[in-house]
Design a protein around this ligand. Sequence first.
Ligand code: 13P
Ligand code: ZN
Length: 282
Amino acid sequence: MGFKESMKSLTRKNILTAPFMKEFCATASNMYRLGWDERNGGNISLLLDNTELEEYLDLNHVERTIPTGFKADALIGKCFLITGTGKYFKNVEKDPENNLGVIRIAQDGETAELLWGYSDGGKFTSELPAHLMSHMARLSVDPDNRVVMHCHPTYTLAMNFVHELDEKKFTHTLWEMCTECIVVFPEGVGVLPWMLCGTNSIGEATAAKMKEFRLVVWGMHGIYGAGKTLDETFGLIETVEKAAQIYILTMGKPRINTIKDEELAQLAEFFKVNCRKDFLNL
Ligand code: 13P
Ligand code: ZN
């Protein structure tokens, strides 16, 4: 070990104290508290800054390598903090080292190098394809994207069973339910039909939608969100879930009042957001 390296190892901090770790754990707890992540439901991945990560981990030390089963060349050398498969969101905050892992995409683009975590011998979420492929898709349209989040929010899921799974109609219904929806997700919500989860195919389909949307509904399964920060991504899903809750609470009852399409357009104009005009009926 050279002088510089030994200085780095002497000053290395405990990763459990890292702001990104604390925020990640708090986010998982909030998602659990809201009932979005029963049992092992849901997964989160956060793209880390390697320079910041080096304050906590020796990036030359790989605990073990795990094949991913797909190519992610655009992510070679990039590190992610990501939930483990089969792990309960309920437990993330009290035992991050077992429930989370820090992985780096190796030079071959298809191997994950475990730098920290999954301490019981576990591995990353079964939805790694959807996460990494979505990161690549979002980064190609927004270089500041850092987060991909998946969960099973109750009302969003309930809405899937009683509402057409059509992007325009689904988005329009959500926009109508809360005044601020169109401002929060002006590009709308992408919708996929029911598909087998945990596969490269659902990952590819999700990533294709992620070029256009930061929110993608997985029919009769849950939702994916993407954003620059954990808060932004959480807030996107939270807003969809709130709108879906209002939809479920009011469905089947006579609709006396509604937010009109002209009013939705007014909101988009006033708050200077570029909304999907073809999702409005003007
Ligand atoms: P993991 O436990 O593998 O993350 O899977 C949970 C899930 O929600 C699958 O879609
Ligand atoms: Zn799921």
